[in-house]
Write a protein that binds this ligand. Sequence first.
Ligand code: LCS
Length: 394
Amino acid sequence: MGKKKTRFETEVIHSGYQPDEHQDSLVPPLYQTSTFTFGSAEQGEKRFAGQEEGFIYSRLGNPTVKILEDRIAVLEQGEAGLAFSSGMAAVSAVLVALTKSGDHILCSQGVYGCTFGLLELLKEKYAINHDFSLMDSMEAIEQEILPNTACIYIETPINPTMKLVDLEMVASVANKKGIPVVIDNTFCSPYLQTPLTLGCDVVIHSATKYICGHGDVIAGLVVGKKDFIRQVSRTTQKDIGGIISPFDAWLLLRGLKTLPVRLDRHCENALKLFNFMKRHPKIDKVYFPGDPEHPDYSIAAKQMKQPGGLISFTIKGTKETAQQFMDQLQLIKIAVSLGDAETLIQHPATMTHAVVPEEERRKMGITNTLLRLSVGLEAWEDIQEDLEQALEKI
Ligand code: LCS
């Protein structure tokens, strides 16, 4: 683009888009089309052969989607981006691209339930094994990397336990061994954490969450080196087909513009609620990276701009107490997903992580009294009052 590099808050609004390339439209146009016409048979042949630039068919690329892909690449400070129909389409396209039968994946001790399901599927169907690792020291990781380890897969903060992994530390070990490090950056968005700048290789997002921000799209994004993104776009994306619709890409471009403004508010609200929850007699433990007593507080301070908008906590009592508490909430909605304007609460053991066997859940730290709160954009006093009245009733 040859333009002056601007700050994050400006890039979320302008990067990847030039109005003069699109009839001077201020807002990126929605190219709601499945296919593109060729002026001649020869032109069609050239486009398919890669001898001429241009769009062919929306599963292989679309101008609205391309703007989103270019924008997320800028925000994550990577070379290229790729958009998918869901976060899981992104996770599966990346993991299938990086592995083959007989390989091994080293994974953080805790991942989103469906990512766990995918790892199990890869093991059962294709003999791609995995191990979970605390990733808390260089020595441990060095020992856990096997000769057939094809990639390291990390969530940080981990959904829903809010444990953190030191990305720079893991990347320094992996880089020496030439093993790609893949990060699911969903909980942070590029506004709070940019893993590629810490030495990681591939970033994945469930764009359904903070990037969309409005609870109306399911989508995924991947950012990495040009060669890797091209490989994924020509193989596991093109041939498995989990592409985003142009309209959903358009909505994400709209949501992205307010990402920093929204996240500042999510984080501000979360910090206030954390201080309330930490002192409440009916709440047992609170897991929040902004807690100076959080075991990974120093990692959060090092690699995250702010502690984020998610708080997990355990209610004193049993699974039933936790569920009774949820049922008393009035403003806060019981729903999975996160990063929306509305404050959402969910019970991981029976919802997002219900597919994880109980034994594994215990190892990850997901107990039956654990709840996850996605702090929304409402007045924090109203969210606190709702928590307060529901806690009073249990
Ligand atoms: N990665 C993380 C960290 C997630 O939290 C999710 C979804 C995904 C990937 C998958 O993204 P999707 O395909 O849904 O766009 N997490 C959810 C959650 O915690 N509640 O509902 C969905």
